[in-house]
Design a protein around this ligand. Structure first.
Ligand code: FES
Length: 152
C-alpha cells in the first residue's frame, strides 16, 4: 500500500537535523513504542538560564519517526525548557504538513521523547515534575496531574 508523505516529511527523513549524541547532555530521554518496536533517544543541553542550547536525537525507527524527531528538535532548540514541554505531537505533525493517519503515533513518540528528556533534566536538578505518563496521549502532564491520573 502506497503511503503519501508530504515533501517536508521526505526532506526531514532524507536529511534529518540534529542527529547524534550530546556527551555532556543534562537531560536524556528514551521512549519506545511497544507495537512497532521503534526507539527514540533525545539529548538536551540546557544552560543555567533554562534555555535549550543544544538538542540531538537518535531514532531507531521508521521514516516518520525520524522526520518527527528532526522537526521536533528544530522546534525546541534555543527555546526555554518550559516551552519544550508545551510541544505537542499535533504541532509537530502540522509543521511537517501532515502525516498519514497510521503514522500519527510516530509523532507521539517525538513528543514523548522531548518530555522524557525534560523530565530527566528536572530530576537531575531535583525539581519536581510529574509526567509524561503512559495514559496520556500528549499535551498533558506538563506541570501537574490535575487531569485525573493516579501517580505511581
Ligand atoms: Fe513506529 Fe513510526 S512506525 S514510530
Amino acid at each position: 500500500m502506497a503511503m503519501e508523505y508530504s515533501e517536508k516529511v521526505m526532506e526531514h527523513f532524507a536529511h534529518p537535523h540534529n542527529v547524534g549524541v550530546i556527551e555532556d547532555a543534562n537531560g536524556v530521554g528514551e521512549v519506545g513504542n511497544a507495537k512497532c518496536g521503534d526507539i527514540m533517544r533525545m539529548y538536551l543541553k540546557i544552560n543555567d538560564d533554562g534555555i535549550i542550547e543544544d538538542v540531538k536525537f537518535q531514532t531507531f525507527g521508521c521514516a516518520s519517526a525520524i522526520a518527527t524527531s528532526s522537526i521536533a528538535t528544530d522546534m525546541i532548540k534555543g527555546k526555554p525548557v518550559e516551552e519544550a514541554l508545551t510541544l505537542t505531537n499535533k504541532a509537530v505533525v502540522e509543521a511537517l504538513d501532515g502525516l498519514p493517519a497510521v503514522k500519527i503515533h510516530c509523532s507521539v513518540l517525538a513528543e514523548q521523547a522531548v518530555k522524557a528528556a525534560v523530565a530527566d533534566y528536572y530530576k537531575r536538578k531535583g525539581i519536581p515534575y510529574a509526567g509524561p505518563c503512559d495514559d496520556c496521549d500528549g499535551g498533558c502532564c506538563v506541570h501537574d496531574h490535575d487531569h485525573g491520573h493516579e501517580e505511581d
